[in-house]
Design a protein around this ligand. Structure first.
Ligand code: SF4
Length: 278
């Protein structure tokens, strides 16, 4: 079987950064806690569990060691509270997530009467990390239920995006605001890694018979890649290659592989070797 890899796939900048923080913390000899799943990938989580990392939900549970905050972050106030109580916390929140909070604060002070919208999934950890300290300053607009025909559009608005949103979905909400409003300021805060991986996945899907998307089922950016690919070709979202329906896969001549921003290289290489032998 011929296997084609996407032009860009796998670990992003934010994931590499937080894993380095975790590795550095492990060399300290202290107990290490991951606050939240450090990244959404079961293979990586298991790897760190084996190395003694304990997974907890709150920085206040990292009592007797170092607490590393997951890549998709926590509200700054949670981290400050733990640090003020003397907890040793390393903030792995991705810079692109923090950047969203900074833009919202900056735009609210520049244009105090304007409505600010963040397009995304309200329940996603990165949206909570970016907005929950900004009560009343930003409205999280769920693109899955957004209905332009019943939405009351303001004349002036600032619009931002969740970092891992699919670009087309963001642009569709933005274009509705631009059509109905007068002064619309748009910040495309989809992170560069997500954008590049999405474009590469689209290109890949157009040139192969089917696409395997490798990554954690809870990973938002992996699910986006899957949604993009399946709009073009039969696509399979799996955590490891061994989960694939083999007889079905054997019917394709050329299979593409892409992987979410939290999928380790060993999982991708395993899939390439496995499929090339079919
Ligand atoms: S996908 Fe983007 S926002 Fe999320 S951790 Fe990676 S670089 Fe940061």
């Amino acid at each position: 079987m011929k296997v084609v890899l996407a032009r860009e796939y796998g670990f992003c900048l934010g994931v590499r950064r937080v894993l380095k923080m975790l590795d550095n913390s492990l060399t300290s000899g202290k107990k290490v806690y991951s606050i939240g799943e450090v990244i959404h990938n079961p293979v990586v989580i298991e790897h760190y569990k084996q190395r003694g990392v304990e997974f907890v939900n709150s920085p206040l549970e990292a009592k007797d060691g170092i607490g590393v905050v997951r890549a998709h972050g926590l509200p700054q106030s949670c981290i400050d509270e733990a640090q003020n109580k003397g907890f040793e916390i390393v903030d792995g929140t991705c810079v692109f997530v923090r950047h969203i909070s900074k833009i919202i604060t900056q735009e609210r002070s520049r244009l105090p009467d304007i409505s600010v919208f963040l397009v995304g999934e309200p329940e996603h950890p990165e949206v909570i990390a970016a907005t929950s300290d900004l009560d009343g300053q930003v409205i999280v607009l769920d693109y899955r239920t957004f209905d332009p025909s019943s939405f009351s559009f303001p004349q002036k608005a600032v619009i931002l995006s969740q970092t891992t949103l699919e670009e087309e979905k963001f642009l569709s909400v933005v274009s509705a605001f631009v059509r109905e409003g007068q002064e619309i300021f748009v910040y495309n805060t989809i992170c560069p890694s997500t954008r590049r991986r999405q474009r590469a996945a689209r290109e890949l899907a157009k040139q192969v018979d089917a696409v395997i998307v490798l990554g954690g089922k809870k990973s938002s950016n992996t699910r986006r890649l899957y949604e993009i690919c399946r709009a073009f070709k039969p696509s399979y979202l799996v955590e490891r290659v061994t989960e694939l329906p083999l007889e079905e896969i054997k019917t394709y001549q050329v299979v593409g592989i892409t992987a979410g921003a939290s999928t380790p290289d060993e999982v991708i290489q395993e899939a390439v070797h496995y499929l090339e032998k079919l």
